[in-house]
Design a binder for this molecule. Structure first.
Ligand code: GRF
Length: 221
């Protein structure tokens, strides 16, 4: 069996996407292992999930540092110490500066609950509902310094229903996120994608199921 890529995960809260990665990485053939979880917020559920799975977990509280750069240096040192090769943001709620982003370029993923480049930023589902869009979804992309920006690795489409609330839509998208993130990390950790001119390209024979998880249409429409 080939060596698994060493993955670090950054969280700020609930950690349900972290849990999806933990569960996926339990499969013997999964190409990545989670070796470190870091939260910038103390005592969050994400840390408890990591500990329950036996993954080293620690808090690096951004409030304890005098500058963004000092916080990011501490993050980088912890990740380097654990020999992390790939980094996943999973509900990590801090913007990272160009300095940190460039050190992890094309080795650093984020998940966002919309079909990027639409609906970047916060309050995504409320804005989707307000817009009248009938399809939304989620995106895993390589991180760039601009918020929710960067080459797209994988996307899943999710229908918006006429009686949706912010909560019901968020829950439907979250279910798709939990399928998408392990899939996208598998592609990256297996070396099945590459970044060329800020676009993700598949290696020969590689991308396969990168396609959307399109919602099924009714028989008669
Ligand atoms: C997810 O919706 C993710 O897309 C967004 O923040 C949320 C985090 O949820 N970036 P969780 O902490 O993974 O449960």
């Amino acid at each position: 069996m080939t060596t698994k890529r060493r993955v670090g995960v950054l969280v700020s809260g609930r950690g349900s996407n972290l849990q999806a990665l933990i569960d996926a990485a339990e499969a013997p053939e999964y190409p990545a292992e989670l070796v470190l979880v870091i939260s910038n917020v103390p005592d969050v559920q994400g840390l408890a999930r990591a500990k329950a799975a036996g993954i080293p977990a620690s808090t690096i509280n951004h409030k304890s540092f005098g500058s963004r750069e000092a916080f990011e240096d501490a993050l980088h040192d912890a990740l380097s110490e654990a020999k992390v090769e790939l980094l996943c943001n999973a509900g990590f709620m801090r913007l990272l500066t160009e300095g940190f982003v460039s050190r992890w370029l094309n080795r650093h993923l984020n998940i966002h609950p919309s079909l990027l480049p639409a609906f970047k930023g916060l309050d995504t589902h409320a804005r989707v509902l307000e817009s009248g869009a009938q399809i939304t979804g989620c995106t895993v992309h390589f991180v760039r310094a601009a918020m929710d920006d960067g080459p797209i690795v994988a996307q899943a489409a999710v229908p918006v229903l006429s009686d949706d609330t912010e909560e019901s839509l968020a829950a439907r998208v979250l279910t798709a996120e939990h399928r998408l993130y392990p899939h996208a990390l598998r592609l990256v950790a297996s070396g099945l994608v590459t970044v060329d001119r800020e676009r993700v390209e598949g290696m020969p024979g590689g991308l396969g199921e990168r396609a959307l998880f399109s919602p099924p249409l009714p028989d008669k429409s």
